[in-house]
Design a protein. Structure first.
Length: 472
């Protein structure tokens, strides 16, 4: 099937052509592990996961690399301010290393709650210092770097003619009117490749380098680690929308002089999850984690369902009202699947019908990851009385692989809950009644219903089966 993706670099929808037939390698800029990832960060991770699932269902062998930034990310997102990791350590009175581990564990826990497939490789920046130093040395040998004494080794963006192309900025706009501050940078867009440790304090994370003791700049880790695990050229690079203008532009500037252009075939950027009044904020207590949603009684799948009802290129406004609506929509689908599972006559899988619906959904989602439109087809499928329960259930196995919404799992749990809540003897009576009905033995069916009734239970029939509920 054709896969089309919106490529930020060309600003066009493009047909995906792999570098190696049948394979797809991609890189997601992962979390900075100084604090919990909030549900906005996790929107980006769900988007990555859906892309991966779309390629897998199209038969690709996917390699997915997602990094953990555990050093070098300064609070300004530029090259000034405190180190986020050191700040996290001071806040929690822990070592930087323990803080990193704590938030890596928490992040992986939330990834699991959201049913995101684990990335193939999850490299940590601090485990790849040698690779980062080697890359800076190559840039130095090619003449792209300069030193700001007492500060660090910087990348001279004026040396890279294509700088800013990803963010849609022209060099003249970027530099023309930009006032150069007194930081010692030659151009306002220049950025640190290696920062020197301060002379008056000892950092918890610092390493020897050809330029002196210090730590890597934030951007170099992604250039070094993506290339290490995906090769010098790879298919796709993704991240939150804010990365196009700075972080990813810097990654390109660091990589293409060494490996040649284009380093990456396709770039995708995800819009953010927002609140009515703006960004999620830790200090305002609105940076909810997936675990916070679970503590409030929400199924993480309802949150995933909410996310998939929007397109990744649209900002999404989060509210508990919209989450409640998603819960209702999600439960409704689960209810219908549970009814299919307990239907009297499930029928047999009709592969012709299966293929039609399978291809319809895969075609839609493969066209720039249209998850919302795919979910509309899911509703149409449930409504279509001409598709028998066995075929619908098989299609839901596919839908779960594609969208990761765990419909079948939740429906099974619902069926178990409803059936197990009645004592065994009642479940047996209800089964006998269903058999009697199937044999059109109405007298036995009626008498069994009366027995169930007398014991305080009711059998509710639906067109697809029955359920046993306690009498109010
Ligand atoms: P960070 O830990 O801040 O480096 O962010 C990790 C990832 O989450 C990056 O790819 C960001 O672009 C992305 N991100 C940050 N905030 C949001 C948000 N509100 N909605 C969606 N993605 C976000
Ligand atoms: Zn990155």
């Amino acid at each position: 099937m054709t896969i089309r993706l919106y490529n930020t670099m060309t600003r066009k929808l493009e047909e995906f052509k792999p570098l190696v037939p049948g394979k797809m390698g991609f890189y997601t800029c992962g979390p900075t592990v100084y604090w919990d990832a909030h549900i906005g960060n996790m929107r980006t991770m769900v988007n990555s996961d859906i892309i991966k699932r779309v390629f897998i269902e199209n038969g690709y062998d996917v390699t997915h690399v997602m990094n953990f930034t555990d050093v070098g990310h300064l609070t300004s997102d530029g090259d000034t301010g405190d180190d986020k990791m050191e700040k996290g350590a001071a806040r929690e009175n822990m070592s930087v290393w323990d803080v990193a581990q704590k938030y890596i564990d928490g992040f992986l826990y939330d990834m699991d709650l959201l049913n995101n497939i684990k990335p193939t490789v999850m490299p940590r920046a601090t485990d790849h210092i040698a690779e980062q130093i080697a890359q800076v040395q190559k840039l130095e040998a090619l003449g792209y770097t300069y030193k700001i004494p007492g500060d660090g080794i910087y990348y001279d963006t004026s040396k890279f003619a294509a700088y800013g192309a990803l963010g849609g900025q022209k060099l003249s706009d970027l530099r023309g009117g930009a006032r150069i501050d007194d930081s010692g940078k030659r151009n306002s867009t220049d950025f640190a490749l290696w920062k020197f440790s301060p002379t008056n304090e000892k950092r918890q994370m610092e390493w020897d380098s050809p330029w002196g003791v210090g730590f890597p700049g934030w951007h170099i880790e992604c250039s070094a680690m993506s290339t290490k695990y995906l090769g010098t050229h790879f298919d796709l690079h993704v991240g939150g929308q804010e990365h196009a203008k700075v972080h990813h532009s810097n990654e390109i500037a660091q990589s293409e002089p060494i490996v040649g252009a284009p380093w990456v075939s396709y770039w995708m950027h995800f819009e953010w999850l927002m609140l009515k009044d703006g960004k999620m904020s830790k200090s305002a207590g609105t940076a909810y984690t997936v675990r916070n949603l679970v503590e409030r009684g929400y199924d993480p799948m309802a949150y995933r369902y909410l996310l998939l009802q929007s397109h990744y290129r649209q900002p999404l406004e989060f509210s508990f009202e919209s989450l409640d609506a998603a819960v209702a929509g999600y439960k409704n689908i689960v209810r219908k699947i549970a009814d299919l599972m307990t239907a009297d006559n499930i029928g047999e899988l009709d592969s012709g019908v299966y293929n039609i619906w399978h291809n319809k959904m895969l075609t839609i989602v493969s066209d720039n990851i249209k998850t919302a439109e795919t979910l509309v087809v899911v509703q149409e499928l449930l409504k279509d009385a001409s598709v028998n329960p066995a075929t619908k259930l098989a299609l839901f196995e596919f839908i779960d692989r594609l969208l990761g919404l765990q419909f079948i799992d939740r429906a099974k749990k619902l069926v178990d809950l409803e059936q197990q809540s009645a004592p065994d003897d009642i479940v047996v009576l209800a089964q006998q009644r269903a058999e009697a009905k199937a044999n059109k033995d109405w007298t036995t069916a009626d008498s069994l219903r009366a027995q169930i009734d007398a014991a305080g239970w009711t059998v509710l029939d639906s067109k697809d089966g029955y359920k046993i509920v306690k009498k109010a």
